[in-house]
Design a protein around this ligand. Sequence first.
Ligand code: GLU
Length: 381
Amino acid sequence: MVAGLTPDGAAAPFDPAACPRLIVKVGSALLVDPAGQIRREWLASLVSDIAARAKAGQQIAVVSSGAIALGARRLGLAKGGRASLEDAQAAAATGQIALAGTWATLLHDHGLTAAQMLLTLDDLEDRRRYLNAAATLDRLLKLGVVPIINENDSVATEEIRFGDNDRLAARVGGAAMAQGVVLLSDVDGLYTANPSTDPHATLIPRVDHVAAVEHMADRHSASGMGSGGMVAKVEAARIAVVAGAHLAIASGHPMHALARFSETGRGTLFVASNAAPARKAWLRGGLTARGTIHVDIGAIEALRAGGSLLAAGATRVDGRFARGDLVVLVGPDGRQIARGLAEYGDADAALVVGKRSEEQATLLGYAPRSALVHRNHMALL
Ligand code: GLU
């Protein structure tokens, strides 16, 4: 049981050893040593933790970084393979095969079967592909296989990349309907300030509202090897908790890092909110909003009362989006109110903004839709 996570000594809500489905994310700096070799002994100790749980009936998927770091070394590329997108893609393609092979061998030593899933951002942002990936993941987990997941860095271009595996792990947690996500990292949690520069920085053991700590996150990862950093971890927490999964950041440095976290509870736990219906959680966790629709105060009230966004309540449209793309609805003070799927592309949306339905047909030249964003395809933030 995770101890020490609640200041008042109340029972901790998340035991990574006990939740039926768990996602474990492993950062590059843990997996790959500075000389560019896999830290095999360390990894074997983590795999034995995973195997012990899998044998006890827990379903575990791993999100493993390290492909770029590993491949860069093998190819002799500068800046850990991150000097250019082409370098990162070549490094990832080279490193991934070795990385996956090592996971498979070590899991096999415990009688477990590994499977590889390489995902791009679009695989999880497009609803149909998301459901497809979720179904594959579900089948693998039910078969007792341990999926080893990474971003498909060798094909993903800059605009369509997660770029960090923290947010990928959180999105995978939502897709797998996991109860918990553990980010094993080169830092042991979220601090009140950057612990490397501020001696008064203290570890925050538990966070109930992600928005309250967003300003504490620092952009840089301690090792300079991965690309996550604390901003990505807090963003990952936001995605996980709305999908109903607890997310913990814990140090991956010790041997048997997962068992160790389970015993000590040292880290930062972001507590899941009540799981939103799956579709709403998917909408809220979406990363690639293509546009913004600005709305007036009256529209905000209507949205909060469960209504759709009507054209009459919108004031302006920004960005390039097609019908069905994810857009953010923003109030007059610039605060995000909701996310949802646009009923119109940006050009037609701009035509009908602020207009009543009688005028819309003339402007569009066809029968208007009932809303700019329908309530069934919208999640309030
Ligand atoms: N997908 C990258 C890799 O395998 C890691 C991304 C990250 O640093 O989070 O190398």
